[in-house]
Write a protein that binds this ligand. Structure first.
Ligand SMILES: *[C@@H]1O[C@H](CO)[C@@H](O)[C@H](O)[C@H]1NC(C)=O
Ligand SMILES: *[C@@H]1O[C@H](CO)[C@@H](O)[C@H](O)[C@H]1NC(C)=O
Ligand SMILES: *[C@@H]1O[C@H](CO)[C@@H](O)[C@H](O)[C@H]1NC(C)=O
Ligand SMILES: *[C@@H]1O[C@H](CO)[C@@H](O)[C@H](O)[C@H]1NC(C)=O
Length: 447
């Protein structure tokens, strides 16, 4: 106690001295000043915040465009099932069986997010018979899950339910109702389910080409959704290109892109492809701590989804104050020219094979002497799946592009350890090809 009192008294004495007061005041101001500096300047110097703040004003029109999207209506689900039913009938199949994967989303509005795959079969069944003409979808499901299924499906969509008890064999329950039938199973139905159906008396056939291709022709409602999500996606790249500066890392850019998606009302992507310089020679490389050097390309390949429909866009860009070498410019222009050829081949779609579209674009790159460096197919179908039928590759010479198909057209040149360039837009096949990104890249400075 005595000691403490002594210390207090000494402190009071000290504080009475003007010199000590000034020193204390000075120290306090210094600490305060440093903290404010750190908060105001160092915080906003976070490269992700800086990029985001720079890019986000150009995204201003995206949230209202996404908010106004119109979901697929009940009638369209019924139309889909009617087309399925008549295709099944034409192939002498009694019913189509699907698990909660893309097809169940397409035909019955139940997504795999809403009902995950489980060891207990939950199957959607659409019949080919004339009476229901496909408008009804039947769900085979565990009895205890019925309230959940009803809540999920709602009272629309003409759903009917067939339930099985925990101690029953679900396939037997189905067989008791349907009797001997020929079932077409969706491409994603798991093997144990296919076997279960077969071992309990059903005849099983695999997914046919004609049934598979029903989903490839997009309706106007689907095209509208895909326009919105692809324009939002290219807007992210267009907004961020003028903000790029050497020094940012691939991971910073990837994180910023996800924040811009979220600003637009769209989900983040698990792994946006953001690759700088020679790393872009890996077509599906993952973003790293690598930072952008002077005068080097950034390849940005991103996509997100809206109401289950996907976008997919790639641009190979340069910060505005950076320069290309002659070779960089040459390669960029060859890839662009190849893309032009590929896109043009998607117009006038009468009997154009998928292989020929790939070939026409590939020829441009080959004739320029870079044929060995275009190492993947030209593109893929885009829709409820990020990569879906049909594929634009040279083996696909028996499939023809059809009006209503949506393809990515994404030629690239990849020279290992040196450079990678890819340009990608989603294109709707029509009399004239329609860009889902509104317009194409003009240069590495105008994505
Ligand atoms: C489809 O499902 C979504 C999400 O569960 C729901 O909001 C929508 O109303 C459903 N559409 C129809 C036609 O039932
Ligand atoms: C598939 O559809 C085409 C065009 O409608 C038709 O010509 C062909 O016979 C169908 N294939 C089968 C196996 O039914
Ligand atoms: C496609 O080509 C065939 C044969 O040349 C022609 O009869 C048909 O009218 C064409 N269809 C369209 C939509 O151009
Ligand atoms: C299509 O490809 C197959 C196998 O690659 C080949 O045998 C066939 O000749 C090709 N057909 C045409 C019309 O090019």
């Amino acid at each position: 106690m005595v000691h403490l009192e002594y210390v207090f008294d000494r402190a009071k004495d000290l504080l009475k001295r003007p010199f000590v007061r000034y020193v204390l005041l000075g120290l306090t101001s210094l600490i305060f000043g440093f903290l404010s500096f750190k908060y105001v300047f160092l915080k906003s110097a976070n490269p992700i915040d800086e990029l985001y703040q720079c890019a986000v004003p150009s995204m201003i029109y995206v949230p209202p465009m996404i908010n106004k999207v119109i979901a697929i209506q009940e009638e369209e689900f019924m139309t889909r099932r009617e087309r399925l039913a008549s295709t099944l009938a034409s192939e002498n199949v009694d019913a189509f069986v699907m698990e909660p994967t893309i097809s169940m989303n397409y035909y019955a509005n139940v997504s795999s997010n809403a009902w995950g795959l489980s060891e207990r079969p939950f199957l959607g069944i659409v019949f080919a018979d004339e009476e229901s003409s496909g408008t009804t979808v039947f769900f085979l499901l565990p009895k205890f899950e019925l309230p959940r299924a009803k809540e999920l499906v709602g009272d629309k969509l003409f759903a009917k339910y067939i339930t099985w008890d925990e101690d029953e064999n679900p396939y037997q329950v189905l067989y008791d109702i349907l009797g001997p039938s020929k079932l077409m199973i969706d491409g994603t139905v798991r093997n144990f389910i296919a076997q279960g159906l077969q071992q309990n008396g059903f005849e099983i056939v695999g997914l046919s080409q004609n049934v598979s291709s029903l989903r490839e022709i997009k309706s106007n409602a689907e095209i509208d959704i895909m326009f919105r999500v692809n324009i939002a996606t290219i807007s992210v790249i267009r907004s961020i290109q003028p903000c790029l500066k050497p020094g940012i890392t691939e991971l910073h850019l990837a994180e910023t892109i996800n924040r811009l998606f979220n600003y637009g009302g769209l989900p983040s992507q698990d792994s946006p492809i953001v690759l700088f310089g020679e790393r872009a020679a890996m077509p599906h490389g993952m973003p790293s701590e690598r930072s952008l050097n002077k005068n080097e390309f950034a390849l940005i390949d991103i996509g997100t989804e809206l109401l289950g429909y996907h976008s997919d866009c790639t641009r190979t860009v340069l910060p505005n104050d950076q320069k290309m070498t002659e070779e960089m410019e040459k390669i960029w222009n060859i890839v662009f020219k190849a893309q032009t050829a590929g896109i043009n081949a998607l117009g006038n779609s009468n009997r154009t094979s998928c292989a020929s579209v790939d070939q026409i674009a590939r020829d441009v790159i080959r004739e320029a002497g870079y044929g060995d460096y275009f190492t993947h197919r030209l593109g893929h179908g885009l829709g409820l799946e990020e990569h879906e039928n049909t594929y634009l590759n040279s083996a696909n010479n028996n499939t023809y592009v059809q009006k209503g198909n949506i393809f990515t057209v994404e030629p690239g040149i990849y020279i290992p350890n040196k450079i990678g360039v890819r340009i990608e837009d989603a294109v709707l096949v029509s009399d004239l090809p329609v860009l889902l990104t509104n317009f194409r890249a003009n240069s590495p400075y105008e994505p």
